[in-house]
Design a protein around this ligand. Structure first.
Ligand code: 48N
Length: 326
């Protein structure tokens, strides 16, 4: 039985040791595991006979993952902003917020394992993504290439919806002040009494559960393992569906909102203007954008065009920042 892996007795040793290793590698004096000093990934090509990965213990992988995950849960238990739903609206909101205010702690909660929402799922069927101008200016801001033709001056096309969503995701996830909790469902809102608000409440956070637990409340537990306190929640959970329109439906079930007007039929022109211009704080502490808003206002749907989603995100970010600027 091999002795337990010796942990550093003094945390400082870790830093010294890592610094030494880094220096040695940079100077090319530290041989890598197989005695070959690789400098680039191309160095490995044609030299596979000596190839070996650095050794690992399985527990190190588990600890690397679990320590980071639970540290993030602890860090983001108090957040400045929570975005519910990592679809095209939620992700563009997150991008605009993190770019403008790198000091704010932003948690994104996404029920699916894979973020992207309709831009990832339905958006990829015909693969090319259409965005009506002026949404192309958002694509410019995150350097997504698109095609614009003189015969179709009112819209642009991104060659594949996955190019849009993966680029936006990579920009968002690169911000140090953003944490994405995917496969995690918001299953309730934290509220506080607010006599000055017509609904009598203000929203002050979210209650979450792992999505697999949420899906089995009827036959397992109703445990809510995690809450996140935040002064601003931005809900972009999409139009009604098994998970969609979550926050606005919860406001109705808790009696904080009369009833939802319900999303209307498809009409691109009226839908996209209404969603962007209507993005707003609908009860104190809760901003709603994207297709979830269509359920509140009775806006039309727009079908397979995504300009309103990204610009609703631009507006949702502006609405949220108003709170932090006052
Ligand atoms: O993409 P969606 O559904 O929502 P939006 O508003 O970002 O974009 C809408 C867009 O994809 C369309 O529907 C297009 C434009 N078509 C319109 C039309 O005419 O039909 O993303 C919402 C995300 C999804 O990824 C869900 O998994 C997630 O929100 N979600 C949740 N995440 C956490 N907790 C919840 N309770 C929850 N509910 C939904």
């Amino acid at each position: 039985m091999s002795p337990p892996v010796a942990l550093y007795s003094n945390p400082v040793d870790v830093v010294v040791d890592l610094a030494k290793k880094e220096l040695a590698t940079k100077n090319g004096t530290l041989p890598t595991v197989d005695g070959t000093t690789y400098k680039t990934v191309e160095d490995m090509q044609g030299n596979w006979e000596n190839f070996k990965f650095a050794p690992i213990r399985e527990s190190q992988v588990s600890r690397a993952m679990t320590r980071a995950y639970f540290k993030d849960l602890d860090t983001y238990a108090e957040s400045d902003i929570v975005i519910v739903g990592a679809g095209s609206c939620g992700l563009s909101t997150a991008y605009m917020l993190a770019k403008t205010r790198p000091d704010l702690k932003i948690a994104i909660i996404e029920a699916s394992v894979s973020p992207g929402g309709g831009a990832w799922l339905g958006g990829q069927l015909f693969s090319t993504m259409v965005l009506r101008k002026p949404a192309h200016l958002f694509l410019d801001s995150i350097n997504i290439p698109y095609t614009s033709t003189p015969e179709n001056p009112n819209y642009v096309t991104v060659k594949h919806a996955a190019l849009f969503t993966s680029t936006l995701l990579s920009r968002v996830l690169s911000f140090p002040n953003i944490k994405l909790f995917n496969a995690t469902c918001v299953e309730d809102l934290i509220t506080r009494p607010s006599p000055s608000s017509p609904s009598g409440i203000r929203v002050a956070g979210v209650v979450t559960n792992w999505t697999l637990v949420t899906m089995h409340h009827d036959d397992q537990s109703c445990m809510d393992p995690n809450t996140i306190n935040a002064p601003i929640i931005i809900s972009t959970t999409g139009h009604d569906g098994p998970f969609g329109a979550f926050s606005v439906k919860r406001l109705v079930s808790m009696g904080a909102t009369e009833k939802l007007a319900g999303m209307r039929g498809l009409d691109m022109n009226s839908a996209e203007d209404a969603i962007v211009k209507g993005t707003r704080e609908i009860v104190p502490g809760l901003i709603v954008g994207g297709m979830e808003l269509a359920e509140v206002d009775g806006a039309n749907r727009m079908g397979p065009t995504f300009g309103a989603m990204v610009l609703s995100g631009v507006k949702a970010a502006e609405e949220a920042l108003r709170v932090f600027e006052t």
